[in-house]
Write a protein that binds this ligand. Structure first.
Ligand code: NAD
Ligand code: MG
Length: 293
Protein backbone atom coordinates (compact mmCIF):
# COMPACT_ATOMS: atom_id res chain seq x y z
CA UNK A 1 0.00 0.00 0.00
CA UNK A 2 1.30 3.47 -0.87
CA UNK A 3 1.95 5.94 1.96
CA UNK A 4 1.72 8.87 -0.41
CA UNK A 5 -1.24 11.25 -0.61
CA UNK A 6 -1.82 13.00 -3.91
CA UNK A 7 -2.86 16.56 -2.97
CA UNK A 8 -4.81 17.01 -6.20
CA UNK A 9 -7.21 14.16 -5.43
CA UNK A 10 -7.01 13.89 -1.62
CA UNK A 11 -10.34 15.72 -1.12
CA UNK A 12 -13.44 16.68 -3.13
CA UNK A 13 -12.95 18.67 -6.31
CA UNK A 14 -15.35 21.04 -8.10
CA UNK A 15 -17.97 21.21 -9.48
CA UNK A 16 -20.02 21.56 -6.27
CA UNK A 17 -23.81 21.99 -5.98
CA UNK A 18 -23.48 25.71 -5.17
CA UNK A 19 -26.22 25.77 -2.52
CA UNK A 20 -26.41 29.14 -0.74
CA UNK A 21 -26.93 29.58 3.00
CA UNK A 22 -27.77 32.56 5.19
CA UNK A 23 -24.97 34.11 7.30
CA UNK A 24 -23.30 32.76 9.47
CA UNK A 25 -23.66 29.35 7.77
CA UNK A 26 -23.91 25.83 9.10
CA UNK A 27 -21.48 23.00 8.27
CA UNK A 28 -24.21 20.37 8.62
CA UNK A 29 -25.91 21.86 5.53
CA UNK A 30 -22.85 21.78 3.26
CA UNK A 31 -22.54 19.33 0.39
CA UNK A 32 -19.98 17.77 0.46
CA UNK A 33 -19.60 17.79 4.25
CA UNK A 34 -16.36 19.55 5.23
CA UNK A 35 -13.59 17.44 6.75
CA UNK A 36 -12.48 19.01 10.05
CA UNK A 37 -10.27 16.06 10.95
CA UNK A 38 -12.98 14.36 13.03
CA UNK A 39 -11.84 10.89 11.94
CA UNK A 40 -8.20 11.61 11.15
CA UNK A 41 -6.45 14.10 13.46
CA UNK A 42 -4.03 12.28 15.76
CA UNK A 43 -2.60 14.16 18.74
CA UNK A 44 0.90 13.76 20.13
CA UNK A 45 0.72 15.78 23.38
CA UNK A 46 2.16 18.86 21.72
CA UNK A 47 -0.16 21.24 23.65
CA UNK A 48 -0.42 19.30 26.89
CA UNK A 49 -1.98 21.39 29.67
CA UNK A 50 -2.46 24.51 27.52
CA UNK A 51 -5.60 26.67 27.73
CA UNK A 52 -6.88 28.13 24.47
CA UNK A 53 -9.60 30.57 23.49
CA UNK A 54 -10.57 29.95 19.85
CA UNK A 55 -12.94 32.50 18.28
CA UNK A 56 -15.11 31.07 15.51
CA UNK A 57 -14.40 27.63 16.96
CA UNK A 58 -17.86 26.21 16.15
CA UNK A 59 -17.28 25.51 12.46
CA UNK A 60 -14.83 25.47 9.59
CA UNK A 61 -11.20 26.28 10.33
CA UNK A 62 -11.90 27.07 14.01
CA UNK A 63 -13.62 23.73 14.54
CA UNK A 64 -10.65 21.87 13.01
CA UNK A 65 -8.33 23.84 15.31
CA UNK A 66 -10.50 23.03 18.36
CA UNK A 67 -10.44 19.30 17.55
CA UNK A 68 -6.68 19.30 16.96
CA UNK A 69 -5.84 21.37 20.06
CA UNK A 70 -7.96 19.11 22.29
CA UNK A 71 -6.33 15.96 20.87
CA UNK A 72 -2.92 17.61 21.50
CA UNK A 73 -3.88 17.98 25.17
CA UNK A 74 -5.28 21.54 25.44
CA UNK A 75 -8.45 22.70 27.18
CA UNK A 76 -10.53 24.81 24.84
CA UNK A 77 -12.95 27.75 25.07
CA UNK A 78 -14.99 28.24 21.91
CA UNK A 79 -16.30 31.68 20.84
CA UNK A 80 -19.16 31.81 18.30
CA UNK A 81 -22.43 33.58 17.48
CA UNK A 82 -25.54 32.53 19.46
CA UNK A 83 -27.28 31.24 16.28
CA UNK A 84 -24.43 28.71 15.85
CA UNK A 85 -25.22 26.87 19.10
CA UNK A 86 -25.76 23.53 17.38
CA UNK A 87 -22.44 23.60 15.50
CA UNK A 88 -20.69 24.73 18.70
CA UNK A 89 -22.18 21.89 20.77
CA UNK A 90 -21.08 19.35 18.20
CA UNK A 91 -17.51 20.69 18.36
CA UNK A 92 -17.63 20.73 22.17
CA UNK A 93 -18.59 17.06 22.16
CA UNK A 94 -15.41 16.20 20.23
CA UNK A 95 -13.25 18.22 22.65
CA UNK A 96 -14.79 16.29 25.56
CA UNK A 97 -14.28 12.98 23.76
CA UNK A 98 -10.58 13.87 23.64
CA UNK A 99 -10.71 14.03 27.44
CA UNK A 100 -10.37 17.80 27.68
CA UNK A 101 -12.39 20.60 29.29
CA UNK A 102 -14.50 22.75 26.99
CA UNK A 103 -16.25 26.09 27.56
CA UNK A 104 -18.94 27.30 25.15
CA UNK A 105 -18.98 31.10 24.99
CA UNK A 106 -21.53 32.63 22.57
CA UNK A 107 -21.20 36.36 21.87
CA UNK A 108 -20.74 39.00 19.17
CA UNK A 109 -17.05 40.00 19.06
CA UNK A 110 -17.79 43.19 17.10
CA UNK A 111 -18.42 44.69 20.55
CA UNK A 112 -15.60 45.52 22.95
CA UNK A 113 -17.44 44.49 26.12
CA UNK A 114 -18.19 41.06 24.59
CA UNK A 115 -14.48 40.55 23.82
CA UNK A 116 -13.61 41.45 27.42
CA UNK A 117 -16.25 39.03 28.74
CA UNK A 118 -15.03 36.28 26.42
CA UNK A 119 -11.54 36.45 27.90
CA UNK A 120 -12.85 36.75 31.48
CA UNK A 121 -15.08 33.67 31.00
CA UNK A 122 -12.20 31.70 29.44
CA UNK A 123 -10.00 32.48 32.43
CA UNK A 124 -12.69 31.53 34.95
CA UNK A 125 -13.75 28.32 33.15
CA UNK A 126 -10.30 27.03 32.11
CA UNK A 127 -8.32 28.45 35.05
CA UNK A 128 -6.31 30.78 32.78
CA UNK A 129 -5.39 31.43 29.16
CA UNK A 130 -2.10 30.92 27.31
CA UNK A 131 -3.29 30.63 23.71
CA UNK A 132 -5.46 33.25 22.02
CA UNK A 133 -6.47 31.95 18.59
CA UNK A 134 -8.51 34.42 16.57
CA UNK A 135 -10.28 32.70 13.70
CA UNK A 136 -13.70 34.42 13.59
CA UNK A 137 -14.37 36.67 10.61
CA UNK A 138 -16.96 37.84 8.10
CA UNK A 139 -16.64 38.28 4.32
CA UNK A 140 -19.40 40.25 2.58
CA UNK A 141 -19.27 40.51 -1.21
CA UNK A 142 -19.66 44.09 -2.51
CA UNK A 143 -19.20 44.36 -6.28
CA UNK A 144 -19.14 48.14 -6.71
CA UNK A 145 -18.04 51.19 -4.74
CA UNK A 146 -21.47 52.60 -5.68
CA UNK A 147 -22.92 50.06 -3.24
CA UNK A 148 -20.61 50.99 -0.37
CA UNK A 149 -22.50 50.67 2.91
CA UNK A 150 -20.76 52.27 5.87
CA UNK A 151 -22.60 49.94 8.24
CA UNK A 152 -21.18 46.89 6.43
CA UNK A 153 -17.70 48.42 6.39
CA UNK A 154 -17.90 49.12 10.15
CA UNK A 155 -19.10 45.60 10.83
CA UNK A 156 -16.25 44.03 8.84
CA UNK A 157 -13.61 46.17 10.54
CA UNK A 158 -15.01 45.72 14.04
CA UNK A 159 -15.42 41.95 13.68
CA UNK A 160 -12.22 41.17 11.79
CA UNK A 161 -9.79 43.84 13.06
CA UNK A 162 -10.97 45.70 16.18
CA UNK A 163 -11.65 42.39 17.94
CA UNK A 164 -7.93 41.55 17.68
CA UNK A 165 -7.06 44.65 19.69
CA UNK A 166 -9.89 44.15 22.19
CA UNK A 167 -9.27 40.44 22.81
CA UNK A 168 -5.51 40.88 23.06
CA UNK A 169 -5.81 43.82 25.47
CA UNK A 170 -8.17 41.81 27.67
CA UNK A 171 -5.97 38.69 27.53
CA UNK A 172 -2.55 40.30 27.92
CA UNK A 173 -2.55 40.56 31.76
CA UNK A 174 -3.12 36.79 31.86
CA UNK A 175 -0.58 35.76 29.20
CA UNK A 176 2.63 34.46 30.76
CA UNK A 177 5.94 34.16 28.87
CA UNK A 178 5.64 31.25 26.44
CA UNK A 179 2.03 32.09 25.61
CA UNK A 180 0.94 32.49 22.01
CA UNK A 181 -1.42 34.53 19.87
CA UNK A 182 -2.47 33.33 16.42
CA UNK A 183 -4.42 35.36 13.86
CA UNK A 184 -6.24 34.30 10.70
CA UNK A 185 -5.43 36.37 7.63
CA UNK A 186 -6.14 35.24 4.09
CA UNK A 187 -4.65 35.00 0.65
CA UNK A 188 -6.78 38.19 0.32
CA UNK A 189 -4.20 39.90 2.60
CA UNK A 190 -1.84 39.82 -0.41
CA UNK A 191 -4.01 39.31 -3.51
CA UNK A 192 -7.32 41.17 -3.10
CA UNK A 193 -10.35 40.21 -5.20
CA UNK A 194 -12.20 43.25 -6.58
CA UNK A 195 -15.51 42.30 -4.94
CA UNK A 196 -13.91 41.70 -1.53
CA UNK A 197 -12.37 45.15 -0.95
CA UNK A 198 -13.76 45.54 2.59
CA UNK A 199 -12.70 42.02 3.58
CA UNK A 200 -9.32 42.13 1.83
CA UNK A 201 -8.48 45.44 3.53
CA UNK A 202 -9.34 43.91 6.90
CA UNK A 203 -7.24 40.83 6.16
CA UNK A 204 -4.21 42.91 5.08
CA UNK A 205 -4.71 44.76 8.37
CA UNK A 206 -4.67 41.47 10.30
CA UNK A 207 -1.39 40.41 8.70
CA UNK A 208 0.17 43.80 9.48
CA UNK A 209 -1.26 43.75 13.03
CA UNK A 210 0.40 40.36 13.54
CA UNK A 211 3.82 41.87 12.83
CA UNK A 212 3.27 44.99 14.94
CA UNK A 213 1.88 43.07 17.92
CA UNK A 214 4.68 40.50 17.69
CA UNK A 215 7.11 43.39 18.22
CA UNK A 216 5.12 44.79 21.14
CA UNK A 217 4.85 41.47 22.93
CA UNK A 218 8.26 39.91 22.18
CA UNK A 219 9.90 41.45 25.29
CA UNK A 220 7.17 39.77 27.36
CA UNK A 221 7.98 36.37 25.83
CA UNK A 222 4.68 36.16 23.95
CA UNK A 223 4.78 35.03 20.31
CA UNK A 224 2.29 36.37 17.74
CA UNK A 225 1.89 34.63 14.38
CA UNK A 226 -0.70 34.28 11.65
CA UNK A 227 -2.13 31.78 9.21
CA UNK A 228 -3.28 32.99 5.78
CA UNK A 229 -5.54 30.39 4.15
CA UNK A 230 -6.40 30.15 0.47
CA UNK A 231 -9.83 28.79 -0.51
CA UNK A 232 -11.17 26.45 2.21
CA UNK A 233 -14.43 24.53 2.22
CA UNK A 234 -16.27 26.09 5.19
CA UNK A 235 -19.67 27.69 5.94
CA UNK A 236 -18.14 31.12 5.25
CA UNK A 237 -18.30 30.33 1.52
CA UNK A 238 -21.96 29.28 0.96
CA UNK A 239 -23.00 32.14 3.25
CA UNK A 240 -20.85 34.79 1.50
CA UNK A 241 -20.13 34.07 -2.19
CA UNK A 242 -22.54 33.82 -5.15
CA UNK A 243 -23.63 30.28 -6.23
CA UNK A 244 -21.63 30.34 -9.47
CA UNK A 245 -18.40 30.98 -7.52
CA UNK A 246 -19.32 28.20 -5.11
CA UNK A 247 -19.79 25.71 -7.95
CA UNK A 248 -16.21 26.15 -9.15
CA UNK A 249 -14.74 26.91 -5.72
CA UNK A 250 -11.01 26.15 -5.56
CA UNK A 251 -10.78 25.27 -9.25
CA UNK A 252 -8.30 28.08 -9.98
CA UNK A 253 -5.68 26.81 -7.49
CA UNK A 254 -2.80 24.67 -8.82
CA UNK A 255 -4.30 21.65 -6.98
CA UNK A 256 -7.67 22.35 -8.61
CA UNK A 257 -9.73 22.05 -5.43
CA UNK A 258 -10.42 23.87 -2.16
CA UNK A 259 -8.63 22.92 1.03
CA UNK A 260 -10.46 21.14 3.81
CA UNK A 261 -10.24 22.58 7.36
CA UNK A 262 -8.42 19.38 8.41
CA UNK A 263 -5.54 20.41 6.14
CA UNK A 264 -4.98 23.60 8.13
CA UNK A 265 -5.24 22.48 11.76
CA UNK A 266 -1.63 21.35 12.14
CA UNK A 267 -0.37 24.78 11.02
CA UNK A 268 -2.15 26.32 14.03
CA UNK A 269 -0.83 23.52 16.26
CA UNK A 270 2.72 24.22 15.06
CA UNK A 271 2.45 27.96 15.76
CA UNK A 272 0.86 27.30 19.18
CA UNK A 273 3.41 24.71 20.31
CA UNK A 274 6.95 25.14 21.62
CA UNK A 275 8.19 23.69 18.32
CA UNK A 276 7.94 27.20 16.86
CA UNK A 277 9.64 28.89 19.84
CA UNK A 278 11.88 31.11 17.64
CA UNK A 279 9.08 32.18 15.29
CA UNK A 280 7.11 35.39 15.78
CA UNK A 281 5.52 38.02 13.54
CA UNK A 282 5.20 35.52 10.68
CA UNK A 283 2.21 34.49 8.63
CA UNK A 284 2.11 31.02 7.08
CA UNK A 285 0.22 30.86 3.80
CA UNK A 286 -1.68 27.60 3.12
CA UNK A 287 -3.33 27.90 -0.24
CA UNK A 288 -3.12 24.87 -2.50
CA UNK A 289 0.03 25.92 -4.32
CA UNK A 290 -0.86 29.43 -5.50
CA UNK A 291 2.31 31.53 -5.64
CA UNK A 292 3.24 35.14 -6.27
CA UNK A 293 1.85 36.76 -3.13
P1 NAD B 1 -16.70 29.77 9.34
O1 NAD B 1 -17.94 30.43 8.90
O2 NAD B 1 -16.79 28.36 9.76
O3 NAD B 1 -16.03 30.58 10.52
C1 NAD B 1 -16.22 31.95 10.74
C2 NAD B 1 -16.71 32.09 12.16
O4 NAD B 1 -16.66 33.45 12.53
C3 NAD B 1 -18.16 31.69 12.35
O5 NAD B 1 -18.30 30.33 12.67
C4 NAD B 1 -18.59 32.58 13.51
O6 NAD B 1 -18.62 31.84 14.71
C5 NAD B 1 -17.51 33.62 13.62
N1 NAD B 1 -18.04 34.98 13.64
C6 NAD B 1 -18.42 35.75 12.60
N2 NAD B 1 -18.87 36.93 13.03
C7 NAD B 1 -18.76 36.90 14.39
C8 NAD B 1 -19.07 37.82 15.41
N3 NAD B 1 -19.56 39.06 15.15
N4 NAD B 1 -18.88 37.43 16.71
C9 NAD B 1 -18.38 36.21 17.00
N5 NAD B 1 -18.05 35.31 16.06
C10 NAD B 1 -18.24 35.66 14.78
O7 NAD B 1 -15.67 29.93 8.13
P2 NAD B 1 -14.08 29.78 8.06
O8 NAD B 1 -13.75 29.80 6.63
O9 NAD B 1 -13.61 28.66 8.90
O10 NAD B 1 -13.58 31.16 8.65
C11 NAD B 1 -12.62 31.26 9.66
C12 NAD B 1 -11.62 32.35 9.32
O11 NAD B 1 -10.87 31.94 8.20
C13 NAD B 1 -12.23 33.70 8.96
O12 NAD B 1 -11.49 34.72 9.59
C14 NAD B 1 -12.04 33.77 7.48
O13 NAD B 1 -11.92 35.10 7.03
C15 NAD B 1 -10.74 33.03 7.33
N6 NAD B 1 -10.48 32.55 5.97
C16 NAD B 1 -11.30 31.64 5.39
C17 NAD B 1 -11.02 31.23 4.12
C18 NAD B 1 -11.89 30.23 3.41
O14 NAD B 1 -11.73 30.06 2.20
N7 NAD B 1 -12.82 29.56 4.09
C19 NAD B 1 -9.91 31.73 3.42
C20 NAD B 1 -9.10 32.64 4.05
C21 NAD B 1 -9.39 33.06 5.33
MG1 MG C 1 -19.89 28.93 12.22
Amino acid sequence: MSHLTDPTTAHPQPPFPGTKQPVPGDFYKMDPTPDHGEKTYEGHGRLAGRRALITGGDSGIGRAVAIAFAREGADVAIGYLPEEQENAEDTAKLVEEAGRTVALLPGDISKEEVCQQLVADTVSKLGGIDLLVMVAGIMPTVDSIDDLDTGVLDHVMKTNVYSLFWLTKAASPHLEPGSGIITTGSIQSFQPSPSLAEYATSKAGITNWTRAMAGQLAPRGIRVNGVAPGPFWTPLQPSSVPPEKLESFGEDTPFGRPGQPAELASTYVYLASNESSYTSGETIVVNGGTTGH
